[in-house]
Design a protein around this ligand. Structure first.
Ligand code: AMP
Ligand code: ZN
Ligand code: FE
Ligand code: FE
Length: 277
C-alpha cells in the first residue's frame, strides 16, 4: 500500500486541478492520497468525486499557516469538519491576510523596478482560494522577469529578499485545539524544513504533543537523512505518528513527485485511529 499524505492542487499553489491531482496520484501508483491545500478546503469535493471514480482513498486535509513564537509553522489538519465555525473563521482570516499581502509585495517589486499588476497575479492564481507567493512568481514568469518559480523566490520572494512580506497566520496552539474540536487530527508539516526549526526542538514538540498534536511529517524532501533519523527518534520517544509525503505542487515545485516519500501503512492506521478517539 502506497500512501502520500501531503499534496497541493490549484485551490492553493499547486498547478493541477483537484481532479488532475487525483488522476496523477493514481498513475503514480498511490492507494491513499492526502490533499492538503494551504488554508482552504475548496478542493475537497472535486477531489473526492475523482477519487471515487479512480478508486483511491482520499484523506481530506488542510495545510494551515500558523505561527509559534513568531515563526511560521505549517500544520497539517486531517479530516476536520469543514463547517466548524471557529475553523472556518480562522481560515477566512488567514485567506484575507494572503490577499492583503499581494499588493504590498507588488509595491516592493515596483521599488525594485519590476512592474507587475494585481491582474497579472489574479490571472496566475485563477480560482485559487489561497493566493500565495507562488502566484506572484508565476506572474513574474509570465512577464519574463524570471525563468521559473525557484528564481522568483531566490531573487525576490524569500525571506531576506527585497519583495518578501510577512502575512497573518493562525496561532499554532489555538489551531491544535480548533482542529481537535472540529474532529480532525494534526501533523506538523516538514517541522525542520524552514524557519520553524529554531522553535521546534524536541522539548517544543513534546509540548505540542501535550496540546494534542498527533504526528510528525518526518520523511519530506526538506529534511536530510540525518534530520529524518533525529525526527524519527523524537517521534518514537513521544509516541507521535510518523508520516512521509511528497508535498507535491504539480509543475510548481521541482523534486516533489507524488509518492517520492510515503507513509507506512501502520502509521497511517495509527493516524486514523487517533481521529476515532
Ligand atoms: P506563501 O504561502 O505565499 O507564504 O508561499 C509559500 C509557498 O511557496 C509554499 O507552499 C512553498 O511550497 C512555495 N515555495 C517556497 N519556496 C519555493 C520555491 N523556491 N519554488 C517554488 N515554490 C516555493
Ligand atoms: Zn505550497
Ligand atoms: Fe508547507
Ligand atoms: Fe505543502
Amino acid at each position: 500500500m502506497r500512501i502520500d499524505l501531503h499534496s497541493h492542487s490549484d485551490a492553493s499553489d499547486g498547478t493541477d486541478s483537484p481532479t488532475e491531482l487525483v488522476h496523477a496520484a493514481a498513475r503514480a501508483g498511490l492507494d491513499v492520497l492526502g490533499i492538503t491545500d494551504h488554508d482552504t478546503t475548496q478542493s475537497w469535493d472535486e477531489a473526492a468525486r475523482a477519487a471515487a471514480e479512480v478508486g483511491i482513498a482520499l484523506v481530506c486535509g488542510i495545510e494551515v499557516s500558523t505561527t509559534l513564537r513568531g515563526r511560521g509553522v505549517h500544520l497539517l489538519a486531517y479530516q476536520p469538519d469543514p463547517t466548524h465555525p471557529v475553523l472556518q473563521d480562522r481560515l477566512r482570516e488567514v485567506l484575507r491576510g494572503r490577499d492583503a499581502r499581494v499588493p504590498r509585495i507588488l509595491e516592493r517589486l515596483r521599488e525594485q523596478g519590476v512592474r507587475i499588476e494585481l491582474d497579472d497575479v489574479r490571472r496566475a492564481a485563477g480560482d485559487a482560494a489561497a493566493t500565495g507567493r507562488p502566484h506572484v512568481a508565476d506572474a513574474l514568469v509570465a512577464r519574463g522577469v524570471v525563468a521559473d518559480r525557484a528564481e522568483a523566490f531566490e531573487r525576490y520572494l524569500n525571506p531576506g529578499r527585497p519583495a518578501y512580506v510577512r502575512r497573518t497566520a493562525a496561532d499554532l496552539h489555538e489551531m491544535l485545539q480548533v482542529v481537535a474540536d472540529a474532529g480532525g487530527v494534526t501533523v506538523l508539516a516538514h517541522p525542520w524544513g524552514r524557519s520553524a526549526r529554531d522553535v521546534l526542538d524536541a522539548a517544543a514538540i513534546a509540548d505540542l504533543r501535550d496540546r494534542g498534536l498527533t504526528g510528525l511529517e518526518v520523511d519530506h524532501e526538506d529534511h536530510t537523512g540525518a534530520e529524518r533519523a533525529q525526527l524519527r527518534a523524537i517521534a518514537r520517544d513521544l509516541d507521535l505518528v510518523v508520516t512521509g509525503s511528497s508535498d507535491y505542487h504539480g509543475l510548481g515545485k521541482v523534486g516533489h513527485d507524488l509518492g517520492c516519500n510515503t507513509t507506512e501503512p501502520a502509521e497511517y492506521r495509527r493516524l486514523l485511529a487517533a481521529q476515532a478517539l
